[in-house]
Design a binder for this molecule. Sequence first.
Ligand code: ATP
Length: 204
Amino acid sequence: MLKVGITGGIGSGKTTVCKVFETLGIPVYYADDRAKALMVEHPDIINAIKKNFGQAAYFENGELNRNYLSKIVFNNKNKLETLNSIVHPVVYMDGEEWHQKQANVPYTIKEAALHFESGGYRLMDKMITVFAPRELRLARVTKRDNVSPEMVEARMDKQMPENEKIEKADFVIYNDGQKMLIPQIHKIHQELIDFIKHSINSKQ
Ligand code: ATP
């Protein structure tokens, strides 16, 4: 079973694209959502975060104090690396277990905003980048999350430039409001299936 990664800048439409792949029967692992869940569920992560960032990282009811933690890591590269080194390995193992459990599908998808930045893309067989222009992403995210443009731009500026993500990808989906989304997804799905069939045939 092939592993396909989907990435793209904030608000590019990764989740929207993944929902279409799901309608084609392809299971999707939403790594960023899973990471959020594991940060309040997984004892190894909870203990390591408390040890490195203080008890105040969690509220008494067990919820993560996201504001507290993001203030610490947002402008501190070392602290961010520490946090990533706590969370990423657990999410990776969780994703692997999830992938192994999938059956009778040609490939699975792992959606993550920072596949390229984190190096996680190296563990994928194929990578898809979802692209949308900055202005459109800004408009979509400010509307979706009811946040200021400055907040979105600050997050955009921490991500790899879109042209680099395009260069590194095997496939690009243009979610720019101009190109139709669904035909692009169907085409990539077909190409992946053809690639898998071809790989199986050449091994026989
Ligand atoms: P994030 O990086 O924040 O997780 P994302 O890349 O997963 O975002 P989505 O959540 O899929 O992006 O899309 C951002 C917003 O834009 C959503 O509200 C979504 O409904 C909307 N959106 C995405 N694509 C389109 C489109 N082609 N037409 C209209 N709205 C869209």
